[in-house]
Design a protein. Structure first.
Length: 99
């Protein structure tokens, strides 16, 4: 008869960002993430700004979806600022206003 692996109880500590769902095993790495998190209002990023329009599509999918008949409606800034071509949020924006 061979020994089979059995269940082992392991306690793991994770540190989570209070603004998004990301977590890490190292406290310092999580603190560094919080300082640049796009959903942290202190970073003044697009995702927390009242000027940010995430876009969408007629099908109700995520921004950039090509499934709908009207074509994708890309993210935009209603304050008129250009967004990067890869649609990464801008941080420390001078036109940022709390949503």
């Amino acid at each position: 008869m061979t020994d089979l692996p059995g269940p082992v109880l392991v306690r793991v500590t994770r540190y989570a960002c209070p603004h998004c769902s990301r977590s890490r095993s190292r406290k310092a790495a999580t603190a560094a993430h919080i300082d640049r998190c796009w959903k942290n209002p202190a970073t003044r990023a697009c995702k927390t700004c009242e000027h940010f329009d995430p876009g969408g599509d007629a099908c109700g999918c995520e921004p950039g979806c090509n499934w709908g008949s009207s074509g994708p409606d890309m993210p935009s800034c209603t304050a008129g600022l250009p967004l990067p071509a890869d649609f990464t949020p801008v941080t420390n924006c001078p036109e940022w206003k709390q949503r």
